[in-house]
Ligand binder design. Structure first.
Ligand SMILES: *[C@@H]1O[C@H](CO)[C@@H](O)[C@H](O)[C@H]1NC(C)=O
Ligand SMILES: *[C@@H]1O[C@H](CO)[C@@H](O)[C@H](O)[C@H]1NC(C)=O
Ligand SMILES: *[C@@H]1O[C@H](CO)[C@@H](O)[C@H](O)[C@H]1NC(C)=O
Length: 393
């Protein structure tokens, strides 16, 4: 039997080697099989290393502590603590006392959106770890919640600003990416990149697998106004881009999907336009490779600094700001000869019309500011001959 613990006290965390005076930095790696991103964290006394999957939309940090796991510095959060959300349950346990088995403890649900169930407390198999990389033992959630790590670190004695920056590596071959609590580190090789800032918007309706009625979504939404391919606006029902009075529609960012999911009514015209623009450039289409529809003969595609030389996909945001997506982020090499347009049809019944996935975020620097509710993005660092994986050295 496995027991699972949510980490409410940051006192027991010793962040890995990179921490310096006012910044907390965690290394990020990409799992080649699941294409999910994970970090490595030492937790407890004595310290144990846990690999945890980075989930931008995850509400808490949780990890699997097995039968033998114990920690002398584990401090459960009591149910009456001001840090325990009002709607959280209060848990108890028959003992023996250890992490995952304490009395009067603020409860939280263990959520893994890749396993189709919700868990609370102890259970009899590894179901909560389903579909995570084999070496991962839990999830580090970064969502806009009271219990997520960015919020907890800002409340702790470290008093970090309520910000975090994320630089996801496209591969682990050249090094590690980074998660920076407190925001983009000043005086680092990162601080030279100009970030374009857009509002993060709040979906007033929860998008979580479990929630209290009337609760807003704690995931990160942005306001995409239109989509262009090589500068040409795509035609589709634009109401799909706004959040309706049931919380459907809109655009969110998720690291639990590798490829961006689009509502069918956006996906179809996007693929059509992309194929047309690609064919104008004499890029040769070949047979589809699932889950992608538009695939091309790699030998007919040129190269640029920012990856394969294909038509750009531009997300037009509030104020006309554009997030340009170049070949390095839009294309996926499925084998040595074929590259596919890396967007996936999410169907007609999707709750959120656009779910921006991890592949588009790779080698981009992103900064989430939870106080001003803003997202800063760099666009592709490849344009500056930089990568997320050569910034932490
Ligand atoms: C239990 O977890 C600890 C900490 O991760 C690890 O060192 C130990 O080998 C694990 N034991 C078993 C039986 O899996
Ligand atoms: C776990 O550690 C705590 C504190 O050191 C101790 O009181 C408790 O008995 C231990 N529990 C088990 C099951 O070993
Ligand atoms: C929790 O309280 C109950 C009732 O007082 C007790 O039997 C149990 O051992 C306690 N559990 C732990 C882990 O201390």
């Amino acid at each position: 039997m496995a027991s699972f613990t949510t980490l409410f006290t940051i006192l027991t965390i010793a962040l890995l080697s990179f921490s310096c005076s006012s910044q907390f930095i965690l290394p990020i790696q990409k799992d080649p099989l699941t294409k999910l991103f994970y970090t490595s964290l030492s937790i407890g006394t004595p310290q144990h290393n846990f690999n945890l999957v980075i989930d931008l939309g995850g509400p808490i940090l949780w990890y699997d502590c097995n039968k033998t796991y114990n920690s002398s510095t584990y401090t459960p959060l009591s149910c009456d603590s001001k840090h325990c959300p009002n709607d959280a349950g209060c848990t108890s346990c028959d003992g023996p006392l250890k992490p995952g088995c304490t009395n009067n403890t603020c409860g939280a649900n263990i959520i893994n959106t890749l396993a189709n169930s919700i868990f609370s407390d102890a259970f009899s198999d590894n179901e909560p770890l389903k579909n995570l990389p084999k070496t991962s033992k839990g999830i580090l959630g970064l969502a806009r919640t009271q219990l997520s790590l960015p919020k907890q670190l800002s409340l702790s004695s470290h008093k970090l600003p309520q910000k975090f920056a994320l630089c996801l590596p496209s591969s682990n071959k050249k090094g590690l990416g980074g998660l920076f609590f407190g925001g983009v580190p000043q005086k680092s090789s990162f601080s030279k990149f100009q970030l374009t800032t857009i509002p993060l918007i709040i979906n007033p309706f929860s998008t979580a697998p479990i929630f209290t009625l009337g609760e807003a979504s704690y995931e990160y939404f942005i306001d995409v106004k239109s989509i262009k391919v090589n500068g040409e606006v795509l035609n589709f029902k634009s109401s799909l881009l706004s959040i309706d009075n049931k919380g459907n529609g809109g655009t969110k960012i998720s690291t639990m999907h590798s490829f961006t999911l689009l509502h069918s009514s956006i996906y179809k015209p996007l693929v059509r336009k992309f194929v047309k623009k690609a064919s104008d450039r004499k890029i040769k289409k070949v047979a589809s490779v699932a889950p992608f529809k538009a695939c091309f003969d790699l030998s007919t595609i040129g190269r640029t600094n920012a990856g394969l030389d294909v038509p750009t996909v531009d997300l037009v945001l509030q104020g006309g700001v554009e997030w340009k997506i170049f070949g390095g982020n839009s294309m996926v090499l499925v084998n040595k000869k074929v590259a596919c347009f890396g967007f996936v049809d999410g169907g007609k019944e999707t709750r959120t019309s656009i779910v921006i996935g991890g592949h588009i975020l790779e080698d981009n620097l992103l900064e989430f500011d939870l106080v001003s509710s803003k997202l800063g993005f760099s666009s592709s660092l490849l344009l500056h001959n930089a990568r997320c994986s050569n910034i932490i050295t």
